[in-house]
Design a protein around this ligand. Structure first.
Ligand SMILES: O=C(CO)[C@H](O)[C@H](O)COP(=O)(O)O
Length: 173
């Protein structure tokens, strides 16, 4: 039984994107029901994973979840514009999807700045290479949701790193 007091999110992520794409569209749709039944609050999919992101986003919201949409580094930010009103969050990947521990792509901040300027109330997430050395760039560009893997799990004091990341974002909100 899902603990409804804790947010549960699902990201259709990099390992899937790098795998067999032939059934991905169908799987993304099936997982909407599965994740909603499991008690997920938000479901994020990659725009590259489907030919009809608008339909998928609507399905996610109809299932009672927030919808998030992710962009790989090579995908122009403008591709999200036709679907942005149908989602609650845009995820800007700051590494090539695949694995943790890669270097942060600072040039992705232009996407974040564009989105924040255009959609002041949108949730904007950054994912990949985010840690104490790169968080300020993300926060200044307008990101308000952070995914941080290696910088937290490899830290001597993960709690302190999480606080630092949070404080940097809160300062710019
Ligand atoms: O989706 C991912 C990579 O495909 C990871 O979420 C991301 O890279 C986080 O790990 P790190 O902070 O170590 O980069």
């Amino acid at each position: 039984m899902a603990d409804k007091s804790r947010p549960l999110t699902c990201k259709i992520g990099p390992s899937i994107l790098n795998a067999d794409l032939s059934n991905l569209e169908k799987a993304c749709i099936q997982w909407v029901t599965d994740m909603a039944d499991a008690g997920a609050d938000q479901y994020t999919f990659h725009i590259e994973a489907t030919d009809n992101p608008l339909a998928l986003a609507r399905k996610i919201r109809e299932a009672g979840m927030k919808a998030g949409i992710g962009l790989k580094p090579g995908t122009p930010v403008e591709e999200v514009l036709p679907v942005v009103e149908a989602v609650d969050m845009v995820l800007v990947m700051t590494v090539e999807p695949g694995f943790g521990g890669q270097a942060f792509m600072a040039d992705m901040m232009a996407k974040v700045e564009f989105l924040r300027r255009s959609f002041p109330h949108l949730d904007i997430e950054v994912d990949g290479g985010v840690g104490p050395a790169t968080i300020d760039a993300c926060a200044k560009a307008g990101a308000n949701m952070i995914v941080s893997g290696s910088a937290v799990v490899k830290a001597n004091d993960p709690r302190a790193v999480i606080s630092q990341l949070r404080n940097s974002v809160v300062k710019e909100l």
